[in-house]
Design a protein around this ligand. Structure first.
Ligand code: UD1
Ligand code: PEP
Length: 433
């Protein structure tokens, strides 16, 4: 079993470089399926397990995918298969993003139902509502979603009940090849939506309004491959900003885009953290004492749910009572129990968490319950007394490249080790089977 072992107490100093954004690159790679001619070349692709999974899905669908360092080249001009099986969708929910492109280009798509996960039930009804509005018939059964359209999809007006990131992306990708104009209202405004729209436009699409609450897409008959560099990962950047703040360090987060991080910057400043915009990133200087604040997660430009657990780690060290309210996912507090194992004074009340800081954090053996929880437990470990051992690193590897090495380069006392399973652990696994 692999573990990250971190000993608390070191201030972080230096420069860290942010990778390309996971949540931008996954839809962009899915969108390469729309090109019936030419190759797409994607730059700044982070070496993450999720990226590996989406490329495997594309290969399964008969696209030709080459990965060289941080570059991915996709040729999707061959006859495509139409089904994304459960083994991929189970590993990564974003696999469902191949549905829009397949339906648009081939008139049919069959994708395994994603099901729930550790942060909530995560339905995809808004994606399907969009496809239906564009003329597709959608059937759900036997663990699959089958969508089909006679001829081309037709442009439609679609109002999303919630500004879902995935639904906005999937509908946008379906609409680019539809007949006529599609208008998506109450759509997501995340920077990753803008990045996807930019890539689609380079492929020959006509997408306007990305980044606002209404996107207009004029359908075109076909699209071609394009060259694109994905935006920097604002959540990875934010995670290192918290690492600097929690240790009272001084770190330049290279590649952090201030406009993508305004809600986080505002909250960190409220807590007493100094943030300076430099030419190529944000410098973050942690104070001696952090102030308690309240946070409510919201769709962009509100405070991102993907930074909620990392901010919780930071608030454990703030003086006073803080409250975090999670409005995006109904069950994104699994890390609270793990923080308690580290001696955190924290409790859940409905959709909020109350933190009484500053907590005297103690190193403990803790398990990552999801991707951002993994990062948050390591952040808490940076300031806990003694050694924190974090397991279930498969979650971390979905979204962070060489996380422990980047922290070590900033001065953290951290290592990643592979430990032999004990007889007891082997017995537990055997029992479960
Ligand atoms: C790969 C990727 O980009 N993942 C991000 C994306 O996930 P994802 O695209 O899955 O998130 P959504 O914005 O779709 O989900 C937000 C909320 O809407 C609900 N919902 C969504 C779709 C739908 O059809 N019906 C419905 O009820 C979800 O259950 C959730 O409560 O945005 C989330 C919200 O910023 C982030 O946390 C994820 O990191
Ligand atoms: C929740 C996340 O990702 P996903 O939607 O891929 O599970 C995340 O990036 O924090």
């Amino acid at each position: 079993m692999e573990k990250i072992i971190v000993r608390g107490g070191n201030r972080l100093n230096g420069t860290v470089k942010v990778e390309g954004a996971k949540n931008a690159v996954l839809p962009v790679i899915a969108a390469t399926l729309l090109a019936s001619e030419g190759k797409s070349v994607i730059h700044d692709v982070p070496a993450l397990s999720d990226v590996y999974t989406i490329t495997e899905v594309l290969r399964y669908l008969n696209a030709d995918v080459a990965m060289e360092g941080n570059r991915v080249v996709v040729d999707a001009s061959r006859e495509l298969k139409l089904e994304a099986p459960f083994e991929y969708v189970r590993k990564m929910r974003a696999s469902v993003l191949v549905m829009g492109p397949l339906l648009a280009r081939k008139g049919r798509a069959r994708v395994a139902l994603p099901g729930g996960c550790a942060i909530g039930s995560r339905p995809i009804d808004q994606h399907l509502k969009g496809f239906e509005a564009m003329g597709a018939s959608v059937k759900v059964g036997n663990g699959f979603i089958d969508a089909e359209v006679n001829g081309r999809l037709r442009g439609a007006k679609i109002y999303l009940d919630f500004p879902s990131v995935g639904a906005t992306e999937n509908i946008m990708m379906a609409a680019v090849l539809a007949e006529g104009t599609t208008v998506i209202e109450n759509c997501a405004k995340e920077p990753e939506i803008v990045d996807l729209a930019n890539f689609l436009n380079k492929m020959g699409a006509k997408v306007r309004g990305a980044g606002t609450g209404t996107i207009r897409i004029e359908g075109v008959p076909n699209l071609h491959g394009a060259v694109h560099t994905v935006i920097p990962d604002r959540i990875e950047a934010g995670t290192f900003m918290v690492a600097a703040a929690i240790t009272g360090g001084n770190v330049l987060v290279q590649g952090a885009v201030p406009e993508h991080l305004s809600s986080l910057v505002a909250k960190l400043e409220e807590m007493g953290v100094t943030i300076i915009e430099e030419e190529n990133g944000l410098r973050v200087i942690g104070p001696e004492k952090l102030k308690a604040v309240d946070i409510k997660t919201m769709p962009h430009p509100g405070f991102p749910t993907d930074m909620q657990s990392q901010m919780m780690a930071l608030l454990l060290k703030a003086e006073g009572t803080s409250m975090i309210t999670e409005t995006v996912f109904e069950n994104r507090f699994m890390h609270v129990e793990e923080f308690r194992r580290m001696n955190a004074d924290i409790k859940i009340e409905g959709r909020s968490v109350i933190i009484n800081g500053p907590c005297n954090l103690q190193g403990a053996e803790v398990a990552a319950t999801d991707l951002r929880a993994a990062a948050a437990l390591i952040l808490a470990g940076l300031v806990a007394e003694g050694y924190t051992r974090v397991t279930e690193l498969k979650h971390l590897d979905r979204g962070y490249v060489r996380f422990h090495q980047k922290l070590a380069a900033l001065g953290a006392d951290i290592e990643r080790v592979r430990e032999e399973e004990t007889v007891w652990e082997v017995a537990k696994v055997t029992d479960l089977n």
